[in-house]
Design a protein. Structure first.
Length: 278
């Protein structure tokens, strides 16, 4: 029995040390947060440029789940994200008002553009998005809609409403089709079918498979596309990593983060314009 006790004590010490090592290594690997964001920020290449800069400054990794804005908000409501980076201001403000988000911060903007065949068979080219959609509806022009609860889709529906089209697809013309897909796939469908599509400029500039597509409508003030960031409210989901999520928000709206956003370019063209200070 006297030989057994030291062995047992040693085993307990070994187990305790192993537990400490596991906890320590677990803490090291836990330095990450989950961000629910839009397909446009992901497919434009922005995060591939921006997030390594944030990691250098903070030591934190960010796991990005790219969804339509509506789906990203739903993910946050379920408590499956720590921070949101999306682009539907009306939905974002409601998210905060309903208690799901702590505070909404404007962070950057770009614009939406109407893409279509270079020969523009419907004659949409110009600076008036409402007039362009009216022409598409009247001519039954081929139009690919995201149809996916995204911020881009929400904007598109607002423009169709201004153009006099109701929710029913038939009022938008027989050529109107919803793909239920992200921005990149929607552009691919438009490229392969010679259709029109509303896109965010960032994804378009990073899109390689342009085929015969070109920008046809741009410069309309209604096409302004604002992005916001929000930390998920710990009062709703106590497990969210509020402090680390706030570190990202503080960084991305700081002069350093804003300069990083402005520095992201493709072919010398700036994709997003910081406006946290406005």
């Amino acid at each position: 029995m006297t030989d057994f006790k030291p062995f047992r004590a040693g085993a307990l010490v070994s187990k305790a040390l192993a537990a400490i090592v596991l906890v320590a290594s677990g803490s090291a690997f836990a330095q990450s947060i989950t961000m629910a964001s839009t397909t446009s920020t992901e497919q434009s290449g922005l995060f591939g440029y921006l997030l390594p800069e944030f990691k250098k400054a903070s030591g934190l990794d960010i796991k990005v789940v790219a969804l339509g804005t509506g789906q990203a908000l739903d993910m946050a409501r379920r408590g499956d994200a720590d921070v949101l980076f999306v682009h539907d201001q009306v939905a974002e403000e409601k998210f905060v008002a309903d208690g799901w988000g702590v505070k909404r911060y404007p962070v950057m903007y770009n614009d939406f553009i109407l893409i279509g065949p270079k020969n523009d068979p419907v004659g949409t080219k110009g600076k008036d998005i409402v007039q362009a959609l009216q022409k598409l509806s009247a001519a039954n022009g081929n139009f690919i809609s995201r149809g996916d609860k995204s911020g881009t889709y929400a904007a598109e529906l607002r423009y169709w409403k201004l153009a006099g089209a109701e929710a029913a697809n038939t009022s938008k013309g027989s050529g109107y089709k919803e793909c239920g897909c992200g921005m990149g796939p929607a552009l691919n469908i438009a490229a392969s079918s010679g259709a029109y599509v509303l896109a965010d400029r960032g994804t378009w500039l990073n899109f390689k498979n342009r085929a015969d597509l070109a920008v046809l409508v741009e410069g309309d003030t209604k096409l302004f596309n604002q992005y916001g960031v929000m930390v998920v409210n710990p009062a709703k989901h106590p497990h969210v990593k509020t402090q680390d999520a706030q570190k990202f928000v503080d960084w991305v709206v700081s002069p350093t983060g804003q300069q990083a956003i402005a520095g992201y370019k493709i072919g010398g063209e700036q994709l997003f314009f910081p406006n946290a200070a406005q």
